[in-house]
Design a binder for this molecule. Sequence first.
Ligand code: TXA
Ligand code: MG
Length: 341
Amino acid sequence: HWIVDNNQHINKNSNEIKEAALWIKKGELVALPTETVYGLGANALSDEAVQKIFIAKGRPSDNPLIVHISRKEQLLRLVSHIPDSANLLINAFWPGPLTIIFPKGEEVSTVVTAGLDTVAVRMPSHPVAQALIEAANVPIAAPSANRSGKPSPTSATHVLADLRGKIAGVVDGGPTAEGVESTVIDCTTTPPILYRPGGVTREQLEAVLGPIRIDPALLGKDEQPKSPGMKYTHYAPEGELTLVENQAAIQTFVDKWREKQFKVGIMATDEHKQDYDADVILSVGSRNDLAEVAHNLYHVLRQFDEQKVDVIIGETFPREGIGVAIMNRLEKAAGGRIIQR
Ligand code: TXA
Ligand code: MG
């Protein structure tokens, strides 16, 4: 397989994009950068190609995929109709980190939608993603390009760490800007329901739509999430992550684990990293810049794995703006282990 290492001047006529598009047309898997995380792309109109995604990722077949498009006309073939709420969101946030769930069109395969009668669609803003969709001339189904359950990849190196040998190649567009996956909102209901927090915040959505509903599973209620993917343990590093809300208590937890001979890492911030003593201390950035924390989050989780830590103790973040998405992913990575005192 090949790696295209070129994050400048990529347009749909560049050789790298043409080669990647050929693989997509042949029904093979190509990993591609988007503004959120790297996706594992396949021709969304081919069942055989889409099935390869589930195999390469080890993804349960009941977890549906997002279909990526580069132009609004492509949407018409994928959906049975466009709800008014969706139209408002498209005009406000596409291209960008917002996935919208529509009633599915007849042509869309049930392999993509995991048997649901709805389909998730996103128009990424990343120029490489756009150029590849244009050059392949088909919508591209793409989940995050990680092995199922691992942190999503935010660089081509992460993709290869998980999927080397299982895919035709990866188009290297450098590190992704946002670092957490897109916001997912269901526009098949009135009012629409937020399934996954992301780069487009609840406040931004409500400024366009008025009040929306939040999937109760996101609010910590003990309910089955409406979005199949949200029920799996996700985004998790090998080391067992525990979040500690009281930053001043973190060292006590670290000391307890170290007494038991575990290799302990701390997921810290620039403001507090000097306060700690542990085997590995990594900062996710400044508490004053949650966009930076989102950008660094998965890379830092993967670095703990590289250093083979057994236990990771992490700081928490304010649940506002992109902080809602950060805490949602961290809670899942921690399998719910949050110490609140
Ligand atoms: O930022 C992103 O969204 C990245 C990039 C590559 O676009 N993709 C991504 O895909 O995160 P994935 O497969 O890792 O997450 C898609 C989420 C899953 O939780 C899935 O269950 C949900 O969207 N989803 C997809 N189709 C759905 C549908 N029809 N109804 C409800 N949830 C759906
Ligand atoms: Mg994923």
